[in-house]
Design a protein around this ligand. Structure first.
Ligand code: ZN
Length: 411
């Protein structure tokens, strides 16, 4: 089976896209052809015409310095010292670390002199030393390639486990969870939920680097279709549904209308009832007894309960990152496990628990920690602008056609 090779113009990325005719990875040709399989041009490596040299290579051993590697290559101690001195401003050879790979390229003539030494500093960067006068070093990066992949799957366990089972990168779970952070609670996926995701990844020397980046995803969750398309309308990439709505939702600014802030988040507040300094992890909104308290965002009620300090309170999980909590209610209007919409009434202002007067103490949890929501920077959730809608629709049509043209591969 011959892999089709074509360039993908989507969103201006000059990525090389391999559409493999094999979906399950059983075809060895397709497997090996996944990455950079067409060396028709002369092989250039580390900026050198690699085939014109005889090459020796190794890995820096513990305690090894440049001399240990270059003396056996035929350089004298004096030459190595001069080389180190001539190059130390650009790269100090004492920074070489054990475990890093190196190469020595020898001239393929009768002299067979060592011509270049290459030290790979990290996955991406290398230093290339000229071993013949004038001694010099060049710091460069390996060329990176972006490949586009597609993975189709059904939830049997969790997104993470299922991606692993499919042989897809598990980091893709994280990337997808970020895309759907405001719409899907990934801890509540159901068996039978499904996804068809198209993503890109950077490769250096055939090895994946960094996070996979979602280009588009069709997610089916609890019978709902949740498409997501990556698009940049001039403010950086964001994810939108097919109608151009941002997948991110803003929180409401306050849990009660017509209220005033009576006490702010303050780690050194003097507590009026306890008569001592006690951190205040919330923002107090004073409002008349019985004023409706609304959820600042969509979510699921994780707690509807009572404690001596909190009084009657409700806690809502919005996504994997954010939870909000509303204290001192006179009455609760929702039960644990209930789904709530942004703006839905979840209780009423009161002064149960440790409270001097009717107010709601609003607590904002981010990754399990209480933070000052008034100081949090939330991402904007701008929908596609009118003048960009045609371009957006054309882009998602192109993306959808590209997805269908791709076989599902695990990479
Ligand atoms: Zn408070």
């Amino acid at each position: 089976m011959i892999p089709r090779l074509f360039t993908c113009q989507i969103l201006g990325c000059a990525a090389i896209l391999f559409a493999l005719g094999c979906g399950n990875g059983t075809n060895p040709t397709a497997e090996s052809a996944g990455i950079l399989a067409s060396p028709v041009e002369p092989l250039v490596r580390f900026g050198l015409l690699w085939e014109t040299f005889d090459v020796d290579s190794g890995v820096v051993a513990p305690g090894q310095s440049l001399s240990h590697i270059l003396l056996p290559a035929g350089m004298s101690p004096g030459q190595i010292t001069l080389l180190a001195q001539a190059t130390e401003d650009e790269y100090d050879v004492r920074n070489m670390r054990s475990g890093k790979p190196w190469w020595i390229a020898y001239d393929r003539d009768s002299t067979a002199k060592a011509s270049h030494f290459i030290y790979q500093r990290n996955a991406r960067e290398y230093a290339r030393f000229d071993l013949q006068k004038p001694y010099a070093v060049t710091l460069e990066s390996l060329p990176a390639d972006t490949l586009i992949h597609r993975t189709i799957g059904t939830i049997e366990n969790s997104l993470y486990v299922d991606l692993e089972r499919l042989g897809a990168p598990t980091l893709l779970a994280l990337a997808m969870a970020n895309v759907y952070a405001w719409t899907v609670d990934f801890s509540r996926l159901q068996k039978g939920d499904g996804f068809d995701v198209m993503y890109e990844r950077t490769y250096v020397n055939g090895e994946p680097m960094g996070m996979p980046r979602v280009i588009a995803c069709h997610f089916q969750h609890r019978g709902r279709e949740l498409p997501a398309f990556r698009y940049d309308q001039g403010e950086g990439y964001d994810y939108f549904d097919a109608s151009g709505q941002s997948l991110r939702k803003a929180f409401l600014k306050a849990p009660v209308e017509f209220s005033r802030i009576s006490s702010r988040y303050n780690l050194k507040r003097f507590h009026p009832i306890l008569q001592k300094t006690k951190a205040h992890y919330g923002t107090d909104y004073a409002a008349p007894q019985g004023t409706p308290i609304i959820s600042v965002g969509d979510g699921v009620v994780s707690k509807s309960s009572y404690t001596k300090g909190n009084g009657k309170y409700v806690k809502i999980r919005h996504n994997n990152t954010y939870e909000t909590q509303y204290l001192h209610m006179s009455r609760r209007a929702v039960a644990a496990g209930e789904r709530v919409k942004q703006g839905q009434v979840i209780g009423y202002v009161g002064s149960t628990g440790l409270a001097t007067g009717p107010h709601v103490c609003f607590r904002f949890w981010k990754n399990g920690k209480q933070v000052d929501h008034l100081r949090e920077e939330f991402p904007p959730s701008t929908p596609i602008k009118d003048d960009q809608m045609d371009a957006f629709q054309a882009a998602i049509q192109e993306i959808n056609e590209a997805i269908t043209g791709l076989s599902s591969v695990a990479k």
